[in-house]
Design a protein. Structure first.
Length: 315
C-alpha cells in the first residue's frame, strides 16, 4: 500500500503568490526545520532542515512569483525573505501576533502580581503575628537590571554590540537581548515569576509550620510529592522570613489566581469564560487600574485583528 501511495504522481503545483513560513521541531530544543505553506490552499509545499535565512532565500529565488510572505518575526526568516524575494511584502500572521501579545500580557500581569491578592482583613485580636515582609530581590533579578543599565549606557556612548560584550564579559547575543528590551522589567519578569512557584503551596507550608514542622528540607519533600515544580532553595527562602520574631506563620487568605490564570482570562474571549473566571478577572480589574486598561487594550486589539481593521492600529 505504501509503495502504491508513493508511486502516485505529485499533484500539479500552482503558482504560489502567498507563502507561509514557520519553523518546527524535529527534536525540541535541539533540531529544527522549516516548513513552507501555500496560504491559498493551506497545503505544505516544501520543507528543509534548519531555520536559517540562506535556505529560505535560495528557495525564494526559484519562485519569483511570491508576492506576500507570511511569517513570524524571527530575524533569520526576515533577512532570507529580503534577500530572496525583495519584491514581496512581508506580513505577520494572526497566530504569531496573538502569541507575542500573550507573552507581553503575561509579563505585564507578573509585574502587577501583588494586585492579584485581595487585601487581607485585619486580625480579630492581637495574637496573630505581624504581616510578613516581602522577600528581597533575587540576585539574578538584580544582576539583570545592572547589566541592562550598563549595556544601554555603553550603547549610548556609541559602542557596538561586540565592544559592549568584550567590556562587560557578555556574549553578543546576550547584549542584543538587553538592547532589544526597552526596560529591565521585560527581562526580569520570568525570573521573578519563577521565584513565586511556591505560591500555590503557601497554605500547606503555613499549616505545617504552625503544627511545629520547622525543617525546610522536609517541607520541600512534602510539597514535592504534591506536584511542586520548583527547587528547595525557593522553599528555604520563603520560610526564612518567619525566623525572626515569628513563632507561627500567619494563616493565608483565599488562594489568589496565578499569573497564568489571569493571563488566560485576559486573552480569552469574554463570552468563553466560565462564571468563576469572569468573577476573578473582574475582581483583579477592580483592584488595579493598569490591569483594567490592559484588558481593554487586548480586547480592542483582538477585534481589530480578527476584523482586519488596520485603520485602527495608530489609535
Amino acid at each position: 500500500m505504501l509503495r502504491l501511495v508513493k508511486a502516485l504522481p505529485d499533484p500539479p503545483q500552482a503558482l504560489i503568490t502567498v507563502l507561509g513560513v514557520d519553523d518546527f521541531a524535529f527534536r525540541r530544543g535541539r533540531h529544527y526545520g522549516t516548513v513552507l505553506i501555500d496560504m491559498s490552499s493551506h497545503r505544505p509545499v516544501d520543507m528543509f532542515d534548519g531555520r536559517d535565512g540562506d535556505s529560505l532565500a535560495a528557495w525564494l529565488r526559484q519562485h519569483p512569483e511570491v508576492e506576500v510572505i507570511c511569517r513570524d518575526r524571527a530575524g533569520g526568516y526576515g533577512e532570507g525573505a529580503r534577500a530572496g524575494a525583495p519584491q514581496a511584502m512581508q506580513v505577520a500572521d494572526r497566530f504569531h501576533l496573538w502569541q507575542n501579545l500573550g507573552q507581553a500580557v503575561e509579563k505585564s500581569v507578573n509585574a502587577h502580581r501583588s494586585q492579584l491578592t485581595a487585601p487581607a482583613l485585619p486580625p480579630a485580636n492581637n495574637t496573630m503575628p505581624a504581616q510578613v515582609r516581602s522577600p528581597p530581590n533575587l540576585k539574578i533579578v538584580t544582576r539583570l537590571r545592572e547589566h541592562h543599565a550598563a549595556v544601554h549606557e555603553l550603547a549610548a556612548q556609541g559602542l557596538n554590540k561586540s565592544a559592549i560584550g568584550r567590556k562587560l564579559g557578555l556574549h553578543q547575543a546576550t547584549v542584543r537581548k538587553y538592547l532589544n528590551a526597552a526596560n529591565a522589567a521585560e527581562l526580569t519578569a520570568v525570573s521573578e515569576q519563577r521565584a513565586h512557584l511556591v505560591d500555590d503551596y503557601v497554605a500547606y507550608l503555613h499549616q505545617r509550620r504552625n503544627e511545629g514542622e520547622r525543617n525546610a528540607t522536609e517541607l520541600f519533600r512534602e510539597i514535592k510529592q504534591q506536584g511542586y515544580p520548583g527547587g528547595e532553595l525557593a522553599v528555604q527562602r520563603y520560610l526564612r522570613r518567619f525566623r525572626k520574631g515569628l513563632g507561627h506563620a500567619p494563616l493565608p487568605g483565599p488562594k489568589p489566581p496565578s499569573v497564568r490564570q489571569v493571563t488566560s482570562g485576559i486573552m480569552a474571549h469574554p463570552d468563553h469564560l466560565d462564571p468563576g473566571d469572569t468573577i476573578k478577572l473582574r475582581d483583579v480589574r477592580s483592584r488595579d487600574r493598569d490591569l483594567d486598561r490592559l484588558v481593554e487594550h487586548v480586547r480592542a486589539f483582538a477585534v481589530m485583528m480578527t476584523g482586519r481593521h488596520g485603520d485602527r492600529l495608530e489609535d
